[in-house]
Design a protein. Structure first.
Length: 142
């Protein structure tokens, strides 16, 4: 069963905004270390950022899929397609994080790794906006 924060737009949006702003801030910190030529702290910042995506954003996605999405689809079968689309977004974020880990292991903090961190921000931002629109905004009645 989904917790009450997931079921209310204002609290759900706050979770999304907090997760995104944290990811942006940690990404900026990583970039700052790289610009300073501080590879040791950049490596730590990248590891922290990967952990953040897993423990903050993807764990939120897991909670949505394990309860909230199931309840939404059961209560309103017309939203089943939206739930499938939103779950795919979560899968994309998981794939990107896995790619980042693999690339970082092979190449260090390369331009490709940085591009993937930025892509996570974009996917997450678009996903959150669409989730709020599809699952919380009620269509106007004619």
């Amino acid at each position: 069963m989904a917790g009450p924060a997931l079921k209310q737009l204002h609290s759900h949006r706050a979770i999304h905004e907090g997760g995104l702003s944290g990811a942006i801030g940690k990404t900026e910190m990583l970039i700052d270390f790289l610009q300073q030529g501080d590879e040791k702290n950049a490596g730590r910042a990248a590891d922290d950022l990967i952990d953040y995506w897993k423990t903050r954003v993807i764990s939120h996605a897991d909670a949505e899929e394990e309860g909230f999405y199931l309840e939404i689809a059961a209560e309103n079968p017309s939203l089943e397609k939206a739930v499938i689309q939103l779950t795919r977004d979560h899968d994309l974020m998981r794939f990107i994080v896995a790619d980042i880990e693999e690339l970082k292991e092979k190449e260090g903090i390369s331009p490709a790794v940085l591009q993937k961190f930025y892509s996570l921000i974009t996917v997450n931002e678009l996903h959150s906006r669409e989730e709020e629109r599809l699952l919380f905004e009620q269509p106007a009645e004619d």
